[in-house]
Design a protein around this ligand. Structure first.
Ligand code: SAH
Length: 504
């Protein structure tokens, strides 16, 4: 297995800096023993203009089999032979990735004690892998490396040059070139993508592999268009690990998106509260509608799911009938702002005991959400990609199951009315969808049906005769809480009498 990394230099940035970056002196050939054989590092060329480091991994096929982690130990004789006679020693596979990470571990982390300024500098790089197994073919190789800023040359290798009619093998010669990447980034790309292209059984998939993948993928994997394929193959299609990794990547993406989201909300609220004579801002009308619906429901212990900066939590604290108020959000930054807004650190003990904030994703079922009277999802569902919505639905209506659930979301029909309004009112760019009244009713109706809730719809803001209100709110009531609570009776009175019956 073989791989070379080449850089070119200028008088003030000599190519031989590569030796510092890799922590391997260009004048020496060095050998390192790894779990699967010997890794050699040598420099076929090393001067100020051009410097190439080569990594040659000599795999000990017998040791590989003895370690018992090789390909299946099937009973058939050819299966046994296949353990010894296969492409593993030659093709740049997951083993080469392991060797890269152990021989060049500091370079991969982007550390260089002798020249600390070097690792963060991009430089011209050329990586060549003469024999790379590429399941998915040249096209996939390009789809994996091009989005990361590489210029990709990929040539299929004939199965046998004597017999061209046999066609291509599954191996390619790969050359990657870039001027814009650091060496550390290049090594991190290779560390993940070599095994992805190999797609054979890896030798090291362990539960902490997810942590390693996210660490090594930092800065490029969360945004990669082939993220799902990369994660699935890297984790050897272990679906539980793959799911965990995808969810954590989603959290990273959301947490990043939410920073601007949080700012946008702040700006919008500021813009709304600045002008005195304007009608009550929509955000305030929405909060008032939610508080009123919660009061009507008789709830005492309330969840604010996707609480953002805590404005609703703050409003609920003012009413003593809410004895416990819990704000949950995926964005740490939003929670930090919420805690500052509420002055949690300066609150009296009694007041503080009524409020809790914690981080969580609504795409997970979460035991901490169980046992509450009511849950609010105010302007949250439209921030989830549609395919994630069933996960939220299950987490809230299937697992947490509060008696009352309030869901608000923009009514997209009303958007035509926003045109004349100031910029602060423009609906936010992070919205993954905005629904018509019909779409929202269809979704909410199906959710209610699936989970044993009844649902009613309440307009929030001016209810335009043509396009409806700017915000639509669904009020869900669990039907199983009390068998007598007939589906068709969902008004305030029935709730009160239900409560009285319970109290008695
Ligand atoms: N409820 C607040 C904030 C709405 S903005 C209000 O009405 O003003 C949407 C909020 O949902 C953001 O704070 C965002 O961080 C949060 N959010 C988005 N996806 C989430 C998820 N999967 N789990 C938890 N919170 C999420």
């Amino acid at each position: 297995m073989f791989l070379t990394i080449t850089t070119t230099g200028t008088p003030d940035r000599p190519a031989t800096d590569l030796g510092y970056l890799l922590h391997k002196h260009p004048d020496k050939a060095q050998a390192f023993s790894t779990s699967y054989g010997t890794a050699h590092v040598l420099y076929p060329e090393a001067d100020a203009e051009r410097c190439t480091a080569a990594l040659l991994l000599e795999v000990d096929a017998v040791a590989l089999v003895r370690r018992g982690k090789g390909k299946g130990r099937g009973g058939a004789p050819d299966a046994a032979l296949a353990q010894y006679v296969n492409d593993r020693p030659y093709a740049a596979s997951s083993l080469l990735a392991v060797a890269l990470s152990s021989v060049f571990s500091s370079a991969m982390k982007g550390a260089c004690q002798a020249r600390p300024e070097l690792p963060s500098q991009a430089r011209p790089l050329r990586v060549e892998v003469p024999a790379l197994p590429a399941r998915g073919g040249p096209d996939l190789v390009r789809r994996l490396f091009e989005p990361l800023g590489w210029t990709v040359t990929v040539e299929p290798i004939a199965l046998d040059t004597e017999f061209p009619e046999w066609g291509d093998s599954r191996y390619v010669r790969l050359v990657l070139e870039s001027e814009a990447l650091t060496l550390g980034a290049a090594l991190r790309h290779l560390y993940v993508l070599l095994p992805v292209l190999d797609d054979a059984k890896h030798y090291w998939v362990a539960p902490d592999e997810v942590d390693k993948l996210l660490r090594v993928g930092e800065g490029w994997l969360p945004e990669h268009p082939e993220q799902k394929l990369i994660v699935g193959r890297y984790l050897s299609r272990r679906w539980s690990l793959t799911r965990e990794a995808m969810e954590r990547l989603e959290l990273v993406r959301l947490a990043e998106a939410d920073d601007s989201e949080v700012e946008a909300i702040d700006n919008a609220v500021e813009a709304e509260t600045e002008t005195e004579e304007k009608p009550t801002p929509l955000a305030v009308q929405r909060r008032d509608a939610i508080v009123a619906a919660l009061q009507t429901s008789g709830a005492a212990r309330v969840l604010d799911l996707g609480c953002g900066q805590g404005q609703l939590v703050q409003a609920l604290l003012k009413d003593v009938r809410f004895t416990e108020i819990v704000g949950v959000d995926v964005s740490m930054r939003a929670l930090t702002i919420a805690s500052r807004r509420l002055k949690l650190d300066r609150m009296g003990e009694r007041q503080a005991s009524r409020v809790k904030l914690f981080q969580g994703s609504l795409a997970y079922t979460d035991n901490r959400l169980k046992g509450y009277d009511a849950a609010v999802l105010s302007e949250v569902i439209e921030h989830l990609d549609l395919p994630r919505l069933p996960a939220l639905e299950y987490a809230v209506f299937g697992a947490a199951r509060p008696r009352t659930v309030l869901v608000t979301t923009p009514n997209v029909e009303y958007n035509v009315r926003w045109e004349s309004l100031p910029a602060g009112h423009v609906r936010h760019g992070d919205h993954r969808f905005e629904w018509t009244r019909e779409e929202f009713r269809t979704w909410a109706g199906a959710v209610a049906e699936r989970h044993g809730y009844g649902v009613e719809f309440v307009p929030v803001g001016p209810d335009d005769p043509e396009v409806g209100p700017p915000t639509q709110m669904a009020v869900f009531k669990a039907e199983n809480a009390n068998e007598k609570n007939d589906k068709s009776v969902k008004n305030d009175k029935s709730d009160k009498s239900e409560k009285e019956a319970k109290a008695a």
